[in-house]
Design a protein around this ligand. Structure first.
Ligand code: PHE
Length: 342
């Protein structure tokens, strides 16, 4: 082979090699080009090296120099391409339509939040508006204005969480009755959802912080009939056709007072673990607003009468879902919450 022929061949290999390496679209194509050009057995560079033997001695240095140049360039071009193609798949993977879809995680409202919102919706339909009050209260709003005698056991530090400097954490939402009556003139129809605090152990049926919903209706000519009719209507809307019963009770701020029970929705009244065998679920405390409360709030108790109730939405969530331990509602364990998410 003459030097000229040799250099022409070297040019061709260099041109083809650079084109093959630079244009390799994926790892497979790059590897095929490497074998064709830089391969030890049949690679064109190997052939070019062997071709040096047939070059006349005088031309060998020039041919050898060109050979080294081409081999170095192609080796570098191959190396530069390796990283670029590594990230690319050999060919796009076809979609596997038999794969189950990736499960999406949906958030959901807490069961107690749902009960609160349902109760709010029912009372909104009945003309009630939503009111709120502070969780850090004074003894007067929480107890005094609500006709608790000063030595009432609830006022005792065993039941109430007192704050430094004289306040306390409200033990019920009833102080917002007083705040509402002070602020607005009758007719009043308010629903008061909120968190309340008691110095209780945290066990299967007690928690030191829990939700309550208070209702208050004050106007001229309001009687116990209004209380019963409204609360029956509420029970019907929230629990379906379930029956209710009113039992005499006592609260310092209502007179007369009554507890309302709803027939157990789990057993239909025959008795089960959820209703502790009684067939009834205690839903709320209620009564006619005591005249002393109206007067403490500056409302004329000769002219106005009213009724009020207080209930625990957690208790409703517990009986609705037959939840065995109240602490589940505080754990934020999504494995549990998912089971009763809607
Ligand atoms: N505040 C009472 C409680 O916490 C419930 C209640 C509210 C009773 C309004 C009657 C009227 O137990």
């Amino acid at each position: 082979m003459t030097l000229q022929e040799y250099l022409a061949e070297a040019d061709a290999i260099e041109r083809d090699g650079l084109a093959a390496f630079n244009g390799a679209a994926n790892a497979d194509a790059l590897e095929a080009a490497r074998i064709a050009l830089l391969g030890d057995r049949q690679g064109r560079i190997k052939a070019l090296q062997e071709g040096l033997r047939s070059i006349p001695s005088a031309d060998k240095p020039a041919a050898g120099k060109r050979f080294n140049e081409v081999r170095t360039r192609l080796t570098a071009a191959h190396g530069a391409r390796v990283g670029a193609v590594a990230a690319r798949p050999a060919s796009p993977a076809p979609d596997d339509l038999s794969l189950p879809p990736r499960r999406r995680w949906h958030g959901a409202k807490h069961p107690v939040t749902r009960v609160v919102e349902e109760i709010e919706a029912v009372f909104r339909e009945l003309g009630f508006t939503i009111a709120q009050g502070p969780e850090a209260e004074s003894e007067w709003y929480n107890f005094g204005a609500l006709n608790f005698p000063p030595n009432h056991p609830a006022v005792d530090a065993h039941d109430t969480l007192y704050l430094e400097g004289g306040g306390l954490l409200r033990t019920h939402t009833s102080p917002v009755q007083v705040r509402t009556l002070q602020r607005y003139a009758p007719p009043i129809r308010v629903l008061i959802p909120g968190t309340v605090y008691r110095r209780d152990f945290f066990d299967a049926s007690h928690a030191p912080a829990f939700h309550q919903i208070e209702g208050l209706c004050v106007d001229e000519g309001i009687s116990f009939v209004d209380l019963k009719a409204t609360l029956n209507r509420f029970a019907e809307r929230l629990f379906g056709a379930a029956r209710t019963r009113f039992r005499p009770s006592y609260f310092p701020f209502t007179e007369p007072s009554a507890e309302m029970d709803v027939q157990c929705g789990v057993c239909g009244g025959s008795g089960c673990a959820v209703c502790k065998g009684t067939g009834w679920i205690e839903i709320l405390g209620s009564g006619m607003v005591h005249p002393a409360v109206l007067e403490a709030a500056g409302v004329d108790s000769e002219r106005y009468t009213g009724w009020a109730f207080g209930m625990g939405p957690s208790r409703i969530a517990i009986s609705r879902h037959a939840i065995p331990d109240i602490r589940i509602l505080y754990d934020s364990d999504v494995r549990f919450l998912e089971q009763i998410a809607e």
